[in-house]
Design a binder for this molecule. Structure first.
Ligand code: GLV
Length: 320
């Protein structure tokens, strides 16, 4: 059986696939696999190990044909996969939840610190070679103690961020389709609010929801206007959850104090209105980018493939 891997992934996962006797076709070019190559290479494969840069839709599934049994995304987010199209063909879709929770929550906490303490701005100043001298009023930021962190999407990553944030003295509000379990609420002292109230009352809003048609531009002009003018927006979920044009406008109008973004609406493009702003932190989609986490993601995706092709249930199917 052949497995298509649509980009370079850590060897840990590739070794598991090879040890299972699977024949690998690995795209090893720079950047995203060109669509034409993807359509050719997937023909007759039993599994696709996909990266978020590749869209797996009807066209790819048709090109793969009836041999395809599983698509294992090396990511927790799977908005690049048409899950309904896969279901129509009984193709199982898997993602990599859990293994990247700590890394992504760490990054969200780091972004909160960066944007509230103006660390990017400070680094740019030192590197610029411009003369500077310590003084009492230089680059004053905002402390975190007794401020409210509003978490949009209280899944594993949102909850892990809340734990970190508590250690910094932040109180926690969250909005989520379902209430968090009682033990988590008790541990974190978290209050559940509707999105409108969360936006209007939080000092920092951090986005941790999946990207779906329902969350497209979840944060746009009305939502930004409803935020405090002293508040910060942090996005480590998916770029299009935020209307980037509206964000630029809100920053220009000083409707919010700043933003820290790990993801972008038209990634890897960044809205030009964000590029030169000192009240914005811009990071190139590094949420899960640690050696340990990327190894674990590769391994989990591979184990999902081996399980399904071996007739076993997948470890982490989506929607389970
Ligand atoms: C990365 O963005 C992921 O969804 O894992």
């Amino acid at each position: 059986m052949r497995v298509l891997v649509t980009g370079q992934v850590p060897d840990a996962g590739l070794a598991v696939l090879r040890d299972a006797g699977l024949q690998l076709v690995v795209w090893d070019g720079d950047g995203a696999m060109p669509r034409a190559d993807l359509l050719t290479a997937c023909s007759g494969v039993s599994a696709i190990v996909s990266l978020i840069s590749e869209r797996i839709d009807d066209e790819v599934l048709d090109a793969a044909g009836p041999t395809l049994r599983v698509v294992a995304n090396v990511a927790v987010g799977y908005n690049n996969i048409d899950v309904a199209a896969c279901a129509r063909r009984s193709v199982i879709v898997c993602n990599t939840p859990g293994v990247l929770t700590d890394a992504t929550a760490d990054l969200a906490m780091a972004l909160i610190l960066m944007v509230t303490r103006r660390l990017g701005e400070g680094e740019r100043l030192v590197r610029s070679g411009e003369p500077w001298r310590w003084n009492m009023f230089m680059m004053l930021g905002t402390g975190l103690r007794d401020r409210r962190l509003g978490i949009v999407g209280m899944g594993q990553i949102g909850t892990a961020l809340a734990r970190r944030a508590r250690a910094f003295g932040l109180s926690i509000a969250y909005s989520n389709r379902n209430a968090a379990d009682a033990a988590t609420v008790a541990e974190l002292g978290a209050v559940r609010l509707g999105l409108d109230e969360l936006l209007a009352t939080s000092d920092i809003v951090s986005l941790h929801c999946p990207y779906t048609p329902d969350t497209h531009h979840l944060v746009s002009t009305p939502q930004l206007r409803s935020m405090r003018s002293t508040a910060y927006l942090v996005n480590t979920s998916r770029g299009p959850v935020v209307d980037e044009g509206a964000l630029v406008e809100a920053l220009e109008q000083r409707e919010i104090a700043g933003a820290a973004l790990d993801v972008f609406e038209r990634e890897p493009e960044v809205h030009p209105g964000l590029m030169n702003r000192d009240d914005v932190v811009l990071i190139p989609h590094l949420g899960s980018a640690t050696v340990e986490t990327r190894n674990a993601m590769s391994l989990l995706a591979a184990r999902n493939v081996v399980a399904v092709l071996g007739g076993q249930p997948p470890l982490t199917p989506v929607g389970a």
